[in-house]
Design a protein around this ligand. Structure first.
Ligand code: UDP
Ligand code: MG
Length: 317
């Protein structure tokens, strides 16, 4: 049996089309396994919830988690994953941007041994230049910051083996980026390229502001590189102004200004202040590193993840 988890927030305009014409027909075609569909209504203020409740009346394998308010897509996904009971769990958006006709391919890769199959969009069809450049910049930065796991363009259109879902459910941190966490988990990951379509209806609820927050969250939760960069900047500033300071002392006071620069007190003061600013930057970065360690502790991620599928004869297996 496999589960399909669909997060829903105000999708009433397009959801019927998506379910009747895309998702359900595709699922019906898969005869080999039974399936359940778990809708997570993430505090919709339109009638999305009523619409899916209608479906659930007719179909026993539809389950609905109704969150008490809008918590955001990441918590909604987590709620769905916690409820899913399939041997594999597929997460898919309700807006039709992720084509359900690829689900058989996801399942095929899973049967062939992949623990995680992630949909990777090859390009945006209806996104502006700014968004395209923004996402390029995002992945470039993420890579530079040492997150080697995340493949550019990977989305939350994904299949996960039971073993992966079980481990995911144990993670307890709050500011979660599902993508990043799953990449962090490890396991055998495969990718399927697809063309990210336009929304069937409605507006994406991830506006620029939310995307920006998502990007910042990804950086902050996954890496300390920004801090380290700041620290290095401080080091460079302190080093350069230190050398300049020494130069002034020797040139002017020891050798008696043979170069004839006549650098006055203001210049010396400027050099000294720059030197101090460098030191402030360094100490800030050091403090921030301590905070990041505290942060890592409070996330209380498990120290390691065991691949129970591949391990043998474990005591607690
Ligand atoms: N969604 C959700 N909670 C939210 C925002 C979005 O459950 O607070 C759902 C939404 O209904 C859709 C999916 O998450 O099924 C992706 O949302 P959206 O299309 O807005 O994001 P994008 O396609 O831009 O990633
Ligand atoms: Mg979308």
């Amino acid at each position: 049996m496999f589960s399909v988890v669909v997060p829903i927030h105000n999708e009433s305009e397009g959801i019927k089309n998506f379910l009747d014409k895309e998702l359900f027909p595709e699922l019906e075609k898969i005869k080999k396994y039974r399936h359940e569909v778990i809708f997570v209504d993430d505090g919709s203020t339109d009638n999305s919830l009523e619409i899916i409740q209608e479906y659930a009346k007719k179909q026993k394998n539809i389950r609905i988690i109704a969150l008490s308010r809008n918590f955001g897509k990441e918590p909604a996904l987590s709620a769905g994953l916690a409820e899913a009971s399939g041997d594999a769990v597929i997460t898919i958006d309700a807006d039709g941007q992720q084509p359900p006709k690829l689900i058989p391919e996801f399942i095929k890769k899973w049967e062939d041994g992949a623990d995680i199959v992630t949909g990777v969009r090859d390009h945006y069809t209806k996104h502006g230049l700014i968004q395209k450049m923004g996402s390029k910049l995002f992945y470039w930065l993420l890579r530079k910051m040492g997150n080697k796991y995340t493949v550019p363009g990977s989305t939350d259109f994904r299949l996960m083996d039971r073993a992966v879902v079980d481990e995911f459910n144990r993670l307890s941190e709050h500011n979660r980026i599902t993508r990043g966490l799953i990449d962090w988990l490890g396991f055998k990951q495969e990718y399927i390229k697809y063309t990210y379509g336009a929304r069937l209806a409605g507006k994406p609820s991830y506006g620029m502001k939310k995307l920006f927050k998502l990007a910042i969250d990804s950086f902050v939760s996954m890496s300390t590189t920004p801090l380290v960069v700041l620290g290095y900047l401080g080091l460079i500033i302190t080093f350069l102004s230190g050398i300049l300071g020494l130069f002034v002392i020797i040139q002017q006071y020891v050798l008696g200004d043979p170069l004839g620069l006549y650098w006055n007190g203001a210049v010396q003061m400027a050099i000294f202040i720059t030197f101090l600013i460098g030191i402030v930057l360094i100490s800030q970065a050091i403090t921030a590193l301590y905070i990041s360690h505290i942060h890592a502790e409070t996330q209380s991620r498990p120290l390691y993840i065991i691949n129970k599928k591949e391990s043998r004869n474990l005591k607690n297996g």
